[in-house]
Design a protein around this ligand. Structure first.
Ligand code: ADP
Ligand code: ADP
Ligand code: ZN
Length: 216
């Protein structure tokens, strides 16, 4: 299975990707996570990406395409993968097509998460994640079973993203509607698009996603 999860910041892509990983055993390729790792490691790519990410703008197509292209050649991607947060521009979408074609692979489906702006702002404002394993939580909507202890790995260290603030979020939403939302039509025209109601509760969204995957 080769999937693309498409949707604005805070729509629930990462949350659902983690569940697909657990159920289907294919890796989650989050360009946001990969770029944040590069920033933390202080690599050349990280140095170039940091200011752009802090401003809520998009890192260059060239950089993210190179990162993904290298990543999908890794052995753990042989049976499929989940692209989370990529592609995000038409240039990236065309590059994805070319990349897969060159490897003789096809795209299974693109799942679009629909959530209105007010809810996205609310979600991102309350988002935090485990500093050790990356599991994603929310101040009110998704709290660990034991307060202050990660459900998955038991860590007691959590972090928040610098770009999850209201000002940057406004910029990120504008970028989404301008640069990324055209991909909805792009994949619809290819017959690859499926949309889910991302406002629903997390388990309900998972059920909708599984329903789509079961028909592949
Ligand atoms: P979210 O989960 O809120 O949608 P991400 O973690 O996917 O956010 O992305 C965080 C930031 O990383 C983006 O605002 C952007 O600066 C950069 N980024 C991530 N993926 C891409 C991409 N495919 N193209 C360009 N920039 C990207
Ligand atoms: P994305 O990867 O699309 O940016 P996340 O999966 O990180 O989105 O989710 C954003 C925030 O919203 C997180 O704090 C997460 O716990 C929470 N969240 C995710 N899905 C839902 C949902 N269906 N209902 C309520 N909160 C959600
Ligand atoms: Zn953890």
């Amino acid at each position: 299975m080769r999937l693309i999860l498409l949707g604005p910041p805070g729509a629930g892509k990462g949350t659902q990707a983690q569940r697909i990983v657990e159920k289907h055993g294919i890796p989650q390729l989050s360009t946001g996570d990969m770029l944040r790792a590069a920033v933390n490691a202080g690599t050349d790519v990280g140095k170039r990406a940091k200011a752009v990410m802090d401003a809520g703008k998009l890192v260059s197509d060239e950089i993210v395409i190179a990162i993904v292209s290298e990543r999908i050649d890794q052995p753990d991607c042989a049976n499929g993968f989940i692209l989370d947060g990529f592609p995000r521009t038409l240039v990236q979408a065309d590059a994805t097509e070319a990349m897969l074609r060159a490897k003789g692979l096809g795209l299974s489906v693109v799942i679009e998460f629909r959530v209105d702006d007010d809810e996205l702002v609310r979600r991102v404002a309350g988002r935090y994640s485990c500093a050790q394993c990356g599991s994603v939580y929310h101040d009110t909507d998704k709290v660990p079973a034991a307060e202050g202890v990660c459900d998955k790995c038991g860590s007691t260290h959590f972090k928040r993203r610098p770009d999850d603030n209201p000002e940057t979020m406004t910029a990120r939403l504008q970028v989404y509607y301008k640069e990324t939302s055209p991909l909805i039509g792009y994949y619809h025209a290819k017959g690859k698009l499926r949309s889910v109601d991302g406002i629903a509760e997390i388990d309900q969204v998972t059920a909708e996603v599984e329903n789509i995957l079961s028909k592949l």
